[in-house]
Every structure is written in C-alpha cells, then in structure tokens.
Design a protein around this ligand. Structure first.
Ligand SMILES: NC(=O)c1ccc[n+]([C@@H]2O[C@H](COP(=O)([O-])OP(=O)(O)OC[C@H]3O[C@@H](n4cnc5c(N)ncnc54)[C@H](OP(=O)(O)O)[C@@H]3O)[C@@H](O)[C@H]2O)c1
Length: 226
C-alpha cells in the first residue's frame, strides 16, 4: 500500500514542490494550507486518487485537527508529515518591530508547527513514521534583530528533541535548512536562489531512506552560477 504524507504550506513554494516530488515517488499526499483554490488545482494535477486538499489555517488547532483527521480517514494511515507552513515579516529591527507582526509570526512559525506535531505524532507512532520540519539557514547565522530567524532556531531545537523522542519507537525526524529559495515567501524573484524543487528533492531523499537511517538535518545553499 502506498505511503501517505501530510504537507502543511502545500499551496505554493516548497510545500507544493514537495507534494509533486513525493507523489512522483509514489506517496499519496494530504495538502494543507489556507488557499483552497490552489490546493484544489494541485489535487487535480496529482489525481484525486492520490491527493486530498484539506484547507486549514495552521494557527487553529481545531482546524488542523479536522484537516488531519480527513487525511487519515481518506487514506487510512499517516506515514509522514511535513510541517512546512511558515511566513516572514517586514519587521526587521527588534527595536522598532510591530508587536502584532511578531505575534502572527510566532503563531504560524512556532505554534502552528507545534500543533501539527502534536496531532500527527500519535498517528506516526502507529506507522513508525517520519516528521519533517522546515527550518532555515536563518537559524545558523546572525541576522540582526531577526525574530523570523529566532523562530527557525526554535524549529531546529525542537527537531532535535523530537528525533530523541521518536527514535526509541522507530520514528524519525528531519529538519530541512535551506538558504534563500525562490518562492512567494519574497516579494521579488530570487533568480540566484535555490528552486523549491531542490528542497523538495531533499525532503524526498530523507523520506526514502531505509528504516534504520535517520537524516537529522539537511542544509542546502544556492551556488552562484554567473
Ligand atoms: N523561501 C526561502 O528562502 C526559505 C528559506 C528557508 C526556509 N523557508 C521556509 O520554507 C517554508 C515554506 O516557505 P516557501 O518559501 O515555500 O514560501 P511560500 O511559497 O510563501 O509558502 C508558504 C506556505 O505556507 C502557507 N501558510 C502560510 N501561513 C499559513 C497559515 N496561517 N496556515 C496555513 N498555511 C499557511 C502558505 O499557504 P496559504 O497562504 O495558502 O495559507 C504557503 O503554502 C516556510 O516555513 C519558510 O519559513 C523559506
């Protein structure tokens, strides 16, 4: 039976590319994001027998619970989840930042990811499953005043702790740490950045390892070509 992967932030960028790459590798996919229309288009592309759209805002535990339950009900199992939904902020200086911006950033990048983990972990235990998280190179460098970078420090710390919790029952956790990726995350194109497909390939590489191999972290950086 084909394995099942839930992806948050699946409506664009890294999440949508991972849905395509995982589907091509034989996974069935549950697609979560707020943009129902984009998710429906992706389901039409991948095939209704292989993909399901479950629109939800990750900041709502209730909405995520209902969405993930639909994926498990439809496909009967969950073998992996990719907590990838995330956002940046225009507030660059901690001295002048907008507090509402910070709250929204923490709600999506930390709370939303925690809620995903809490809901999927009991399902992943049943399948000795795999949890992937999108961290960032921003967690590895000093970024003046960046709370976005600090949210990704959280993701990397949590990923290491999750791997320690999951390994004893055969589970795995991987954090992906890309540098700049050319996605809608930015207001302008990043032609020298990684492509979302590059990160998707890394996600599928981690997912496709034999059960005794845990890839704890994958760091990806763009290499200038000009
Ligand atoms: N692009 C980069 O350079 C880069 C580098 C390192 C890490 N990352 C991380 O990669 C992840 C994916 O970003 P991306 O680059 O692929 O950008 P993107 O194309 O803007 O994708 C962001 C995804 O998150 C979803 N999302 C945002 N807020 C949400 C919410 N409240 N509830 C549900 N879904 C929500 C968006 O869908 P809806 O708007 O439809 O809800 C979208 O599918 C993020 O965690 C980001 O921090 C990006």
């Amino acid at each position: 039976m084909d394995k099942v992967l839930l992806i948050t932030g699946a409506s664009s960028g890294i999440g949508a590319a991972t849905a395509r790459a995982a589907s091509a590798a034989g996974w069935r996919v549950g697609l979560m994001a707020r943009s129902q229309g984009k998710l429906d288009e992706l389901v039409a592309e991948l095939g209704q027998d292989r993909a399901i759209a479950v629109a939800a805002d990750v900041t709502s535990a209730e909405a995520q619970h209902d969405a993930i339950a639909k994926v498990v009900e439809r496909f009967g199992r969950l073998d992996a989840a990719f907590a990838n939904a995330g956002m940046g902020t225009s507030s660059k200086s901690a001295e002048t930042a907008d507090l509402d911006d910070w709250r929204e950033l923490l709600d999506v990048n930390i709370w939303g990811l925690l809620v995903t983990a809490r809901i999927v972990l009991p399902e992943l235990r049943k399948t000795k499953g795999h949890l992937l998280l999108t961290g960032s190179r921003a967690a590895k460098i000093e970024l003046s005043g960046s709370v976005y970078g600090a949210t990704k420090h959280f993701v990397h710390g949590f990923a290491a702790n999750l791997l320690a919790e999951m390994r004893p029952w055969g589970g795995r956790c991987t954090v992906l740490a890309p540098g700049i990726v050319d996605t809608a995350f930015f207001d302008s194109p990043k032609p020298d950045g990684l492509k979302p497909e590059d990160v998707a390939n890394a996600a599928v590489y981690a997912l496709e390892q034999p059960p005794h191999v845990a890839i704890g972290e994958v760091t990806l950086m763009p290499v200038p070509q000009s």
